[in-house]
Design a protein around this ligand. Sequence first.
Ligand SMILES: C[S@@+](CC[C@H](N)C(=O)[O-])C[C@H]1O[C@@H](n2cnc3c(N)ncnc32)[C@H](O)[C@@H]1O
Length: 248
Amino acid sequence: MTLTSVTASVTAWGDDLYGTALRTGHGPLFLRRADGWLLPLDVERWCARVDDTDLSVLRRCSGPVLDVGCGPGRFVAALDERGTPALGIDLSPDAVARTVDGGGSAECRSVFDPLPGEGTWGTVLLMDGNIGIGGDPAALLRRTARLVRPGGLLLAEVAPVDVDERLSVRVDNGRGERGHDFPWARVGAPALRRLAEGTGWTPGEWWTGGDRAFLALRCPRPRSIARIRPRNGKSRAVPLFMRRRWTP
Ligand SMILES: C[S@@+](CC[C@H](N)C(=O)[O-])C[C@H]1O[C@@H](n2cnc3c(N)ncnc32)[C@H](O)[C@@H]1O
């Protein structure tokens, strides 16, 4: 992700259209493409408690959980109630404030910033279309592969149709107010499976709930312990991944 696209995303999600929607708990709010196509943002659902479809995600989480683009924090709150350690990160100060007000932990940071616990998270969540963050899903997959521990999970909500699009969008309230352009992406399960290859992930389970769809990706564990024999003849055990440059 380039510095310009990071700045554009910070401006777009940190601005008052999105902030107002989160503070009031409702839309209408959309991502708008230059040609007028609108993708509705389900602010009411994000500001509510987890629903049955969200529970299908929670059941698959193994802690600790990092919710990337946590919004108002319904997943962080639900994980907290279940005693699973969870942290939300989001570019929007209003999203972070709502998550913290709801009793969860959250920090105002980009997923591309240095983050606490890199390489130790059991599960990273990319919900509600957040695989689109930054407009470059392969870069986001490479980044998240560095956040989880070996064997860790990425649970991504995908588009419920077979798309693989890179977009330039704005937040739009449907009443003539619009924010700045920023990069976004829409990816369905087939495209995410393809992108997983070469970015450090192994595609796993795919499931649906309501009109939403999800794909689990697993970060490979170092599979074997290689024996290396130094010049003094004594062998020692070295995890395989430490012998190569670890480039997921
Ligand atoms: C489509 S909304 C998803 C909302 C959310 N999952 C929820 O439960 O409300 C995208 C969210 O990702 C956040 N976001 C966008 N770019 C980000 C980045 N680079 N790092 C962290 N969060 C980001 C936005 O501020 C916004 O809250």
